[in-house]
Ligand binder design. Structure first.
Ligand code: FMN
Length: 148
């Protein structure tokens, strides 16, 4: 199984309902391409923008093709691959694209437990490009304990 995680900045701050509607077609496409995964919509830090962190998993060719298509989407910019590579099985079996909206506050709460990031002054965009942080946020959605 191939896995790709990317982070990007949302151009339009869509509501969770709007995102659910938007994801309808994506889920049909993902089902046809045997792709599962999770889309995190990160927002709320005062004065900051909204971000996406998405995990795509499935056959490598399908994952790469879908990611290429997603990067062209005008709803977001500055897409950066955080991780890509082989993995054992799926983390989001049965989810043609799980959607979760989280606040940047919860991102900061998570990293505050890691001394390395305590009082990290970097903006959210950079934090979300940290592979272990991005994965930790995604794994929380999958209902698994975060490995330190
Ligand atoms: C944050 C974000 C996540 C997306 N996730 C998916 C996805 O998982 N699968 C998918 O097929 N399209 C996804 N899309 C939509 C694609 O970018 C694209 O608009 C859609 O596949 C239709 O492509 P087309 O207009 O070339 O047919 C996503 C777009 C954004 C902005």
């Amino acid at each position: 199984m191939y896995e790709l995680i990317y982070a990007s900045r949302a151009v339009v701050d869509l509501s969770e309902n709007e995102l659910e509607v938007f994801l309808g077609r994506s889920r049909e496409r993902n089902a046809a391409a045997d792709i599962t995964g999770c889309l995190l919509h990160v927002h709320d830090r005062p004065g900051d923008a909204a971000y996406f962190v998405q995990l795509l998993e499935g056959p490598q060719e399908a994952v790469e093709e879908t990611y290429r298509r997603i990067t062209q989407d005008l709803l977001h910019v500055d897409s950066t691959v955080v991780y890509q590579g082989e993995r054992e099985g799926r983390g989001f079996e049965g989810w043609r694209m799980r959607l979760a909206t989280i606040t940047t506050e919860s991102v900061l709460a998570l990293i505050a437990t890691d001394p390395e990031y305590l009082n990290d002054p970097r903006p959210t965009a950079e934090l979300l490009q940290n592979p272990s942080l991005a994965r930790a946020l995604l794994e929380l959605q999958a209902g698994r304990a975060v490995t330190p």
